[in-house]
Design a protein around this ligand. Structure first.
Ligand SMILES: C[S@@+](CC[C@H](N)C(=O)[O-])C[C@H]1O[C@@H](n2cnc3c(N)ncnc32)[C@H](O)[C@@H]1O
Length: 207
């Protein structure tokens, strides 16, 4: 997948693309055939788009219409700029998780969440803390999304989530399986001291 340029951005208040961003893009690229042949996504939503590097790359790679949300308004602006420079349109809304998004229509949902285990008070303590501080087990933000998934995803919808080993990926798998989603860890990577993986949770049949 072609990586969009982000050198027009300052990373003082938004997340600078890192190993987790690239792992997510690689995991999606590895599903290329299945995505094109089975999911055939028409609407993709990235939650927490940051610089916009992931949704812009996905919009271009799969030729899919991308929506994005970010709780940081500066990230929303960055996302729009990155998309424009990549030659795609991404509508980014300044919102908490998926608040304004129409449910039942999302074929592809992407989230590289704030996943670092911290004290709960650190979550949302600043724009930059929003990018990494995940509270207890690093799951405070992503756990709020899980109950919304069955309604949010379309009949063939698929969800890609970046997780850290300390987030207890197997526990997350069980939570999502209980909501009728088929789950699999599709990629793992070590980045310094972090052990990262991408979990895929799907309504569409996996071949
Ligand atoms: C780890 S960064 C990922 C940025 C980008 N997607 C990437 O992979 O490079 C997490 C992003 O989620 C955003 N975020 C954190 N909490 C959020 C929430 N409740 N709703 C929407 N976005 C949120 C942060 O502002 C940040 O941009």
């Amino acid at each position: 997948m072609e990586t969009p340029f982000t050198n027009h951005l300052s990373f003082e208040h938004i997340y600078e693309p890192a190993e987790d961003s690239f792992l997510l893009m690689d995991a999606i690229e590895a599903d290329d055939f299945w995505l094109r042949e089975t999911v055939k996504p028409t609407i993709c939503l990235e939650i927490g788009s940051g610089s916009g590097i992931v949704c812009s790359a996905v919009a271009k790679f799969l030729n899919v219409f991308c929506l994005a949300t970010d709780i940081n308004s500066l990230a929303c602006r960055a996302t729009r700029e990155t998309a424009q420079r990549a030659g795609v349109i991404v509508e980014c809304v300044n919102a908490d998780l998926v608040k304004p998004v129409v449910t039942g229509k999302i074929d592809m949902l992407i989230f590289n969440p704030p996943y670092v285990p911290t004290e709960n008070y650190e979550v949302a303590s600043s724009n930059i803390a929003h990018t990494w501080a995940g509270g207890l087990n690093g799951r405070q933000v992503m756990d709020r999304l899980f109950p919304l998934l069955p309604e949010l995803l379309s009949e063939r919808g698929v969800f890609y989530l970046v997780l850290l080993e300390q987030n207890r990926p197997q526990e997350v798998e069980r939570i999502l399986q209980m909501q009728g989603l088929e789950c699999q860890i599709v990629m793992k990577r070590r980045a310094g001291i972090e052990k990262l993986c991408v979990l895929r949770a799907s309504k569409a049949q996996i071949i």
